[in-house]
Design a protein. Structure first.
Lengths: 265, 626
């Protein structure tokens, strides 16, 4: 499955004060892969995402995307390069409509400026039409839930699961190559989880996105991942296929704890 | 909701006994009323406004400034919040008693003031503790008469306020219309006088309505009251019908109807100044300047969410640029350009100023940004005033003889072709308010167009995203620094237009016109009018600047100018408590402020979506109304 190397992270570290949030992390993603990042709470998973998307600056190491370093870029530049993300605690533009949410996400793919909008130029109208259409297309990926009469409703009326879906749609609307999904099924019921698992597969097979996903739901991780990376205390403790990782004694220890010496023998 | 007197639905519980009151609440409201009456009296407002007559010789603005309070609080005390599932009682004598008791307590407090005014002298800390106030409160009679007067009047008015809850909706609408018409007609005497001048027969009618000195004649007031009642009873229904016809037509032929409306508004705008007198034109110019400023600030604060408290800086930049470029007596450089050429340079200067001030502050957020912009607003003014810059700006002496814009823009020749634009044979030069009004309307039209176009564009959406959540906007590929700078610069350019027109209108410029108060007034206009909505901002400017007056400009009620800030403050506090979204709110913003009510309503209408069957566990806690 592995194609061209997209993202290559080399000995990445970040410290917040004295805390090593990530320590000497190596990580890579190839084109067309679905990679899951798992680990106990506080292992540094979200910090890892924040670092890739430019919201946190690493203390040392390098993030190379398609041969260029992403270090020093602002989050919007990283998104423009082709890495989009969702947030663990859903952060939509709650008072904008659903359609506007996906339209505004195409900001970095469009370029009409103040004067174009003021003069209502031909390119302005064409671009508006294009991003509206593409926005609807992206929303249509989730069936009829986010389209039709919902397009002009504010995001705040959406149910929890639909907010999560809209977040993914918004990330898709930035026309990325890699999507970083931060706990996409958190808080969903089993039925919704199952459906979204299928959709994550489709994100790759139909839309051609490469996906890096943080997830706690092991069933989802097992069903969609090509590769699983386990973080604990800011370090990679295991990686490989789901089967390999799930039987790794280090991983079991990280999740369940170490047997007490005296007892075990 | 339950706010207005409702025509009784069938399932009301019987009225409660008159004395079955929430006495604690009634006494509290009464004391609040008393405190308010005493406070307003001691600000000197009633006595100061006494000279402004409303109905000669019965009523003056001064008495009105006290008398509306018992009525309003009597109405407020009988308000009952009725929620779904609560028992709603029929309204009756209980409301009257509550209103009257509140009025009585308020009247007693004021009477106490009358008594103390007579017996004690507290004029040392309280400047307005003096004989004129006592004379005003007792209507030049004895203390006993004053006490009787206020206890009686206040109780009656409180009772009247309570009565508003009992009468059917039409009745309270009638009362409101009559009061507003009579007070409005009296307040706008100067304006109406100005308008009717020279118009066929209207002059006679106006002369009959008004007393020769000031205020309405009693007969005139009664005639107006009857006219207002007629409007409510008959014309209101006709207007509603007309509105329905308009809406239907608009649905069927949106383009044609919109075109007709635009043409009608444009025609009115062109014709109106011709019929208006000097005074009204001047007033409208002031309102227009603040509409312009408020529209600009609305882009910065309302759309992009950048709380800029130093907005006056750009107003000053526009004014001083025009002054330096056009005035023949400007101390430093004096190119004496024509206004319309100078305005292009003003745009450039405003852009530079926007970038110069914006660049350092734009990376801050929230309160920090507000404080820093506040500082920059003053820095610009103090720089202009300083010795260092006085060679260019005239320092504290300011600059004089700024020529007005020449509306007769013909007479120039295209350099290469040799074609000369024909010049009209009329003189449209100078600082005549009528001509300036056209200039202001031109810039206001630009500002409205710009606000409207940008709001529904890629840039406008980016601004909204930044306002909603800056870090997420950044992560979604929006360069927030650029977006915010753009908002800053667009706002700066609109403010500089206002400054340019202001300088040309007044003909001189001083740094004292650009004090921090201007920034605050503009912000108050935006907030009171309705942040993020063009119509709201325009309405806010009309209400605040048109009626009460701007920071240095008199409004319709010139008498208020001394108490303007007090009223601004009271209005702002009241709006924040009762209607934080403004007079004419932006739909989005009012949703934001009433998120829970909005979601409840949507839920009741079945619009809030629920996740598919089997997902109750996740949805219920979030969405069910409490």
């Amino acid at each position: 499955m592995s194609g061209e190397r997209l993202l290559d992270i080399k000995s990445l570290s970040v410290t917040f004060g004295g805390l090593n949030a990530l320590h000497d992390l190596d990580f890579h993603v190839d084109k067309g892969e679905i990679v899951s990042v798992i680990g106990p709470n506080g292992a540094g998973k979200t910090t890892f995402f924040n670092m890739i998307s430019g919201m946190v600056t690493p203390t040392s190491g390098d993030i190379v995307y398609r041969g260029d370093s992403l270090l020093g870029l602002d989050p919007n530049q990283v998104t423009a390069r082709g890495i989009a993300r969702t947030f663990q605690n859903v952060r939509l533009f709650a008072n904008m409509t659903i359609l506007e949410n996906v339209m505004v996400a195409q900001h970095c793919r469009t370029k009409v400026g103040v004067f174009g909008s003021l003069l209502n130029t031909r390119s302005f109208r064409r671009e508006e039409e294009e991003i509206r259409e593409y926005g609807k297309e992206v929303l249509g990926f989730f069936g009829s839930r986010l389209v039709g009469y919902r397009l002009d409703q504010t995001a705040s009326v959406l149910s929890y699961a639909n907010r999560r879906r809209l977040e993914i749609a918004r990330a898709m609307a930035t026309k990325p190559e890699i999507i970083l999904l931060d706990e996409p099924v958190a808080g969903m019921n089993p039925k919704e989880t199952e459906e979204l698992t299928g959709l994550i597969g489709k994100l790759r097979s139909e839309w051609g996105f490469t996906i890096v996903m943080i997830e706690h739901d092991m069933k989802v991780v097992r069903d969609v991942s090509d590769r699983v990376v386990v973080l604990d205390h800011g370090e990679t403790i295991a990686q490989g296929s789901y089967e390999t990782v799930s039987n790794d004694p280090g991983v079991i220890e990280a999740y369940l704890g170490r047997p007490i010496e005296g007892n075990a023998s | 909701m339950s706010d207005t007197a409702m025509s009784a639905p069938a399932d009301l519980a019987p009225a409660r006994a008159p004395l079955d009151q929430d006495w604690r609440k009634v006494v509290n409201y009464g004391l609040v009323l008393g405190l308010a009456l005493v406070f307003i009296s001691l600000t000197g407002m009633p006595d100061g406004l006494n000279s402004r007559v409303i109905v000669e010789p019965w009523l003056s603005m001064g008495y009105l400034s006290l008398m509306w309070l018992p009525f309003a609080i009597g109405f407020a005390v009988t308000h009952e919040q009725v929620l779904e599932g609560m028992v709603q009682h029929k309204r009756g004598a209980r409301e009257l008693v509550a209103g009257a008791v509140v009025g009585l307590i308020g009247g007693l407090c004021l009477s106490l003031l009358v008594y103390l005014l007579d017996t004690r002298d507290l004029s040392d800390p309280l400047v307005n503790w003096n004989q004129p106030l006592l004379d005003f409160l007792t209507r030049d009679g004895s203390v006993g008469e004053g006490v009787l007067l206020w206890v009686g009047v206040s109780t009656a008015l409180g009772l009247f306020g309570g009565l508003m809850r009992i009468v059917p909706a039409l009745g309270s609408r009638l009362v409101r219309a009559v009061i507003l018409t009579v007070v409005g007609a009296a307040a706008m005497e100067a304006l109406i006088d100005d308008l009717s001048e020279g118009v066929w027969k209207l002059e006679g009618v106006v002369e009959w309505l008004y007393h020769p000195r000031e205020g309405l004649e009693p007969a005139g007031a009664i005639a107006l009251a009857i006219a207002a009642a007629f409007v409510v009873l008959w014309l209101g229904r006709q207007l509603k019908k007309g509105g329905a016809v308009y809406n239907l037509a608009r649905e069927a032929q949106p383009l044609a109807v919109n075109a007709v409306s635009v043409v009608a508004v444009a025609a009115a705008a062109i014709l109106l100044p011709i019929f208006l007198g000097r005074l009204t034109n001047d007033l409208l110019v002031n309102v227009g300047l603040f509409v312009l400023l408020a529209l600009g600030l609305n882009i910065v604060v309302g759309l992009a969410g950048i709380l800029d408290l130093g907005y006056v800086a750009f107003y000053a930049v526009g004014g001083y640029s025009v002054a330096i470029l056009t005035s023949p007596t400007s101390p430093g450089i004096s190119p004496t350009l024509p206004f319309w050429l100078a305005i292009f340079i003003v745009v450039g200067m405003a852009t530079l100023a926007g970038l110069f001030i914006g660049a350092p502050v734009i990376r801050m957020r929230g309160d920090y940004l507000a404080i820093v912009t506040l500082g920059f607003g003053e820095i610009i003014r103090l720089t202009v005033r300083s010795d260092w810059a006085s060679g260019l700006t005239g320092g504290a002496q300011g600059m004089l003889s700024i020529p007005g814009p020449d509306l007769n823009i013909g007479g120039w020749t295209l350099p290469l072709v040799g074609w000369t634009m024909p010049k009209l044979e009329v003189d449209l030069m100078g600082t005549n308010p009528q001509h300036i009004l056209y200039v202001v309307m031109f810039f206001v039209a630009i500002a409205i167009y710009v606000s409207w176009r940008l709001e529904n564009s890629r840039i406008g959406r980016a601004w909204m995203a930044v306002r909603e959540d800056e870090s997420v906007a950044e992560a979604m590929g929006i360069n927030t620094v650029t977006a915010k700078l753009q908002a800053f610069v667009v706002g700066a350019i609109l403010a500089s237009f206002a400054g340019a027109v202001f300088a040309a209108k007044v003909g001189s410029i001083f740094e004292s016109s650009f004090k921090i108060l201007v920034s605050i007034v503009i912000l108050v206009i935006v907030i009171v009018g309705g942040m993020g909505r063009i119509a709201g901002v325009v309405a806010g400017a009309f209400v605040l600047v048109g009626i009460l007056g701007g920071p240095n400009q008199p409004g319709l009620m010139a008498e208020f100018s001394e108490y303007k800030l007090l009223i601004y403050g009271a209005l702002l506090v009241w709006m924040m408590l009762k209607r934080p979204e403004g007079l004419i709110p932006n739909v989005r913003r009012s949703r934001e402020l009433h998120q829970e009510e909005f979601l409840q309503d949507a839920w009741l209408r079945g619009e809030v979506d629920r996740d598919e069957a089997g997902s109750e566990a996740t949805t219920d806690e979030g969405w069910a109304p409490a």
